[in-house]
Design a protein around this ligand. Structure first.
Ligand SMILES: [Zn+2]
Ligand SMILES: [Zn+2]
Length: 307
């Protein structure tokens, strides 16, 4: 059996069906060193604090698991950029609740999408997000890092360029508590050519100019079902989409990002077989092995899921 290169922190977004502590076992069974979860239903507004015994059981399970990094992803309803003030207020309250749940669960990283607003109000949208982030950072636990995710730009989503994320980060009161999450599918869909050697290198050069290396806190490893610059956010299995296997070979072989948690958010089937196959691909690349299209097809040939 191939062993994962010790320096890569590979993980998967796992379900919490059956309770938050069950997520830890799911990640463990996949041999992950990291995982991501929603600490609450991502399509629901009302967020209660976590019950103290659940929080305790979760922390204990993580401690005993050997998993080094847990990442929370904020709910889908949040929109800090909305032109509707009541929606911004609701989003702000929900984000505060997300932060509180992270504190209870001992989770240090919370990924969120900046939000969306009509195209002709981009500037106002950015301003509203910046303001909301300032407010939340002031009131949340200092050990929590909010990670702004680069978006595909679908549905007038803000944050589909590194420059926009940099504006948000710089205008916050404490940029050191505002990290960045790069999603490979979103980057490609937003027009960053991670599928080519030159595009890959240009993207990270720009990233380092704008943020510095230490700002990257989470990587979402997803291939893209749609071509570069499509503006469409649809994840595909690693190596089977438009990012291509080369994109992930470069990423896994790039010593700059080796310590960064790399989380799969690829399509799932009825069981965890798709996650296992994607992890196998990543581990192969992490070991510096070359993976051809033929080999990928052999690997997936027995899988009758949503490939
Ligand atoms: Zn993502
Ligand atoms: Zn996505």
């Amino acid at each position: 059996m191939m062993t994962q290169a010790p320096e890569h922190v590979l993980g998967v977004h796992v379900s919490t069906a059956g309770g938050l502590p069950t997520a830890v076992g799911r990640a463990q069974r996949l041999g992950c060193r990291a995982f991501q979860l929603f600490t609450a239903n991502p399509r629901q507004w009302a967020l209660q604090p976590v019950a103290p015994d659940t929080a305790e059981a979760f922390r204990r399970a993580v401690q005993e698991s050997g998993i080094t990094t847990v990442v929370s992803h904020a709910g889908y309803l949040l929109n800090l950029a909305s032109p509707r003030p009541e929606l911004v207020q609701k989003s702000l309250a929900a984000l505060r609740a997300e932060c509180e749940r992270c504190r209870q669960l001992g989770i240090p990283l919370l990924v969120l999408h900046p939000g969306s607003c009509p195209a002709d109000q981009r500037f106002e949208g950015l301003r509203r997000v910046a303001e909301a982030l300032r407010t939340v950072l002031q009131s949340s636990d200092a050990t929590l890092t909010l990670c702004l995710e680069l978006t595909a730009g679908q549905g007038n989503a803000i944050g589909s360029s590194l420059e926009e994320l940099a504006i948000l980060r710089e205008s916050s009161s404490c940029p050191e508590r505002l990290g960045v999450c790069v999603d490979t599918c979103h980057a490609l869909a937003a027009g960053y050519r991670l599928d080519t050697e030159e595009g890959y290198s240009a993207f990270w050069t720009r990233f380092e100019e704008l943020f510095g290396r230490e700002a990257l806190r989470v990587l979402h490893l997803n291939d893209s079902a749609y071509p570069a610059a499509s503006g469409r956010d649809r994840h595909a299995h690693i190596g089977l989409g438009h990012c291509g296997i080369g994109c992930f070979a470069r990423l896994l072989g790039d010593p700059r990002w080796r310590p960064i948690p790399m989380i799969l958010e690829t399509p799932k089937g009825k069981d965890d077989r798709a996650d296992r196959l994607n992890l196998t691909v990543l581990r192969y690349l992490a070991a510096g092995e070359e993976l051809t299209a033929d080999m990928l097809h052999v690997l997936w040939s027995q899988y009758h899921g949503s490939v």
